[in-house]
Design a protein around this ligand. Structure first.
Ligand SMILES: *Cc1c(COP(=O)(O)O)cnc(C)c1O
Length: 457
């Protein structure tokens, strides 16, 4: 009966909202490895990064010491438009699965960008504006980051130039139009507008592009245009920092009802939602105050954690960005064209990479048809059409709940539902038509990319 007191959706009051982001690096004994200059392999300091990134974001990127960084009032005010996001008890899913497990999900899809990406986009646009910049450049794959950044830039009156991976530009015209609605310019990548784009097109005519290539183009434009800087929607330490609002809200909501999760599950592309969701829980784990199972879920077609190497690598195809030490499949890796479910970046957040390497978290890779089965199962009972990316977490949450059914254990599972899938209906269509398959790269294929990792000693 006590059970019933927990509402379907737990919302926080305004005065319970986080006032500062939590920086998990402060509690890590082994800090994530520094970014290196791609030419000299020397660690990059603030001055080296200044031509590419905004000043205050660089400070956050390099800050391994302060556990809390206050959220500026303008950003907190913007957050109030769409936060707190609900922590939902998945009663209907539990009922459907007939599991004794208690399942909760933190839903980040309740804003026009349809994902958690707005949490960092608004922060990055704010700091760019504060620095007096004219605009920012970025890349987008599936389009969620580009959408979120376009919204944030229009809010602060900044120009926004988005390089969109060509295959998505062509397959997702509606995403593109949302970005243009917010005033962004959207260029299919690779393009003829940049030297690196022209070079890639010459080498691989007809290429449908990749995130790594779009990043190179966006960086080139930012560094060669007065008053512009480059911003990135995942992977970087600063992005995980901003996304900690997800975890802080989740923890506050659970604490409010005295709920202690046994496991926390999130999908992992570049690691930003997962890093944000787990941050305060990981902090407790690092400080020895509590223990949780923390599970990253990735696609079998792009298995950075489970089959990648922990090594310094390029963040982009054009090799113009700093080198980051991370779990990586190699910067040349491009997931097979039949890969529909998002999460297609070759590398992984350096923070999460270090935590994974130190044994603080687990990772599993799942096949894409199983992900869409889980997505459909979830959509039918929970009233949200999930993004394919988010559905990786759903898949493993369901698997864990089914294990509880076998053992009779009443475990508490929390997972991140990062967004909605309304712009992904082509992928759903493939699934429904039986045209989706489970591509898994071979060891030989991966080795060709590992062979090209930069040699750093
Ligand atoms: C971008 C995105 C992801 C993956 O990115 P992370 O940085 O790993 O969080 C997951 N879900 C949705 C809905 C996204 O838009």
């Amino acid at each position: 009966m006590a059970e019933k007191k927990i509402p379907y959706k737990i919302y926080l009051e305004e005065n319970e909202m986080p006032k500062a982001w939590y920086n998990v690096r402060a509690d890590m004994k082994t800090k994530p490895a520094p970014l290196l200059n791609p030419g000299t392999h020397e660690p990059m300091g603030a001055a080296d990064l200044a031509p590419v990134f905004c000043e205050e974001l660089i400070a956050q990127e390099l800050n391994n010491d302060d556990p809390f960084i206050p959220i500026p009032q303008e950003i907190a005010d913007f957050y109030k438009m769409y936060r707190p996001s609900p922590l939902v008890r998945a009663y209907c899913l539990e009922e459907k699965l007939q599991t004794p497990a208690k399942i909760y999900y933190k839903f980040e899809g309740n804003n026009t960008s349809g994902s958690h990406k707005l949490n960092s986009a608004i922060a990055q646009a704010y700091y760019a504006k504060k620095q007096g910049l004219k605009g920012v450049t970025t890349e987008t794959g599936a389009g969620q980051w580009g959408t979120a950044l376009s919204m944030a830039c229009s809010y602060f009156g900044l120009d926004c130039k988005v390089f969109m991976v060509k295959v998505s530009y062509e397959q997702k015209p509606f995403r593109r139009e949302v970005m243009r609605t917010y005033g962004a310019s959207v260029t299919p990548s690779p393009s003829m507008e940049t030297a690196v784009g022209r070079k890639i097109l010459e080498e691989f005519p007809g290429t449908t592009g990749s995130l790594g290539c779009a990043i190179s183009e966006a960086v080139e434009v930012a560094t060669s245009t007065e008053g512009y800087r480059y911003v990135l929607g995942s992977v970087l330490n600063q992005v995980l920092l901003h996304q900690s609002v997800i975890g802080l809200e989740t923890k506050a909501a659970l604490d409010k009802y005295g709920i202690k999760p046994d496991m926390i599950i999130g999908c992992a592309g570049g690691g930003s939602n997962l890093g944000g969701l787990i941050a305060p829980f990981m902090g407790e784990k690092l400080r020895g105050e509590a223990d949780y199972r923390i599970i990253a879920v990735e696609p079998q077609s792009c298995p950075s954690f489970t089959r990648g190497k922990y090594a310094y690598d390029f963040c982009d195809t054009g090799m113009v960005c700093p080198l980051a030490k991370m779990y990586t499949l190699g910067s040349g890796f491009i997931p097979a064209p039949n890969h529909a479910g998002g999460l297609r970046y070759h590398g992984m957040s350096p923070v999460l990479s270090q935590l994974y390497d130190d044994g603080y978290m687990e990772a599993v890779a799942v096949p894409q048809t199983a992900v869409f089965e889980a997505a459909e199962q979830f959509a039918r009972v929970e009233g949200i059409l999930p993004a394919p990316e988010s559905s990786h977490a759903i898949k493993v949450a369901i698997d864990e709940a089914m294990k509880c059914k076998e053992t009779g254990e009443e475990k508490t599972i929390v997972f991140g539902l990062t967004g909605t899938g309304y712009f992904d209906m082509t992928a759903y269509e493939k699934f429904h038509d039986g045209k989706m398959d489970d591509y898994i790269p071979t060891d030989e294929e991966l080795q060709t990319y590992f062979d090209k990792l930069p040699k750093v000693d």
